[in-house]
Design a protein around this ligand. Structure first.
Ligand code: DX5
Ligand code: ZN
Length: 224
């Protein structure tokens, strides 16, 4: 089943608990949390205390996306704060194999992320190890950017690779997704679709989530 993951980056940070409750009512099972350090990406967001506070108000799976250079240092801190799964950028991790194993040994699922300019081939040696692969469909750093269509080919390549190898990693997409292109992402092979501004920037976020879930279900039927 394809999951829609609301990205809290576009939620109202002064009323985060309310926005999370709305997403629970809409029926999501996972939330996406963006961590930015002002070095790896030109923006700053939130740290472990915020994840700890989120953890206290929801049982939903917390998917923490680290856009930071010091991933090895902070991944365990975010897991301790309540992250269920943590993804790190291939571009930021020189010892990717070690980093992914460390995340798993700390008790979380380990994901690896690639920027729009990074080829799938850069992941060749970690596809058996990673629990999930996150294909960025915008350049990371900000919500509300335009979807980069060439990234669909990378999702297709990963899905083909998964079929032929018997690997079990899930495929996540992040950036510029909304009702207009969710079907394209799902048909390409996306299992987890992150969406921020298209949900929280819409008039009725709950309805938008439900609409995206429905469109994803229909596209899954075509895929199968
Ligand atoms: C971008 C973040 C995304 C962001 C997506 O760097 O990783 O998770 O919240 O936002 P939208 O859906 O608005 O592109
Ligand atoms: Zn993200």
């Amino acid at each position: 089943m394809v999951e829609i993951l609301p990205s809290l980056l576009s939620a109202n940070f002064a009323r985060l608990g309310d926005d999370i409750a709305r997403m629970e009512r809409a029926g999501v099972s996972m939330l996406h949390v963006d961590v930015m350090d002002g070095h790896f990406v030109p923006n700053l967001t939130l740290g472990p205390p915020v994840v700890k506070s989120i953890r206290k108000v929801t049982k939903l799976t917390l998917d923490v996306h680290l856009m930071i250079t010091a991933a090895d240092r902070y991944a365990p801190v975010f897991i301790e704060a309540g992250a269920d799964q943590v993804s790190v950028h291939q571009e930021a991790c020189p010892h990717l194999d070690r980093t992914l194993r460390m995340i798993q040994s700390e008790g979380a699922l380990a994901g690896v992320v690639i920027n729009p300019s990074t080829p799938v081939s850069a992941l060749e040696e970690v596809l058996e190890l990673a629990d999930y692969v996150l294909v960025m469909s915008v350049n990371p750093g900000f919500g509300g950017q335009q979807f980069l269509r060439h990234t669909l080919r990378k999702v297709e390549a990963l899905a083909a690779r998964r079929r032929s190898s018997g690997a079990t990693f899930r495929i996540e997409m992040d950036g510029g997704l909304g009702p207009e292109n969710i079907a394209d992402a799902v048909r390409a092979g996306c299992d987890w679709a992150v969406a921020g501004s298209s949900i929280f920037g819409s008039e009725d976020p709950e309805t938008t989530v439900k609409r995206m879930q429905q469109l994803a279900r229909e596209a899954t039927a075509v895929r199968a």
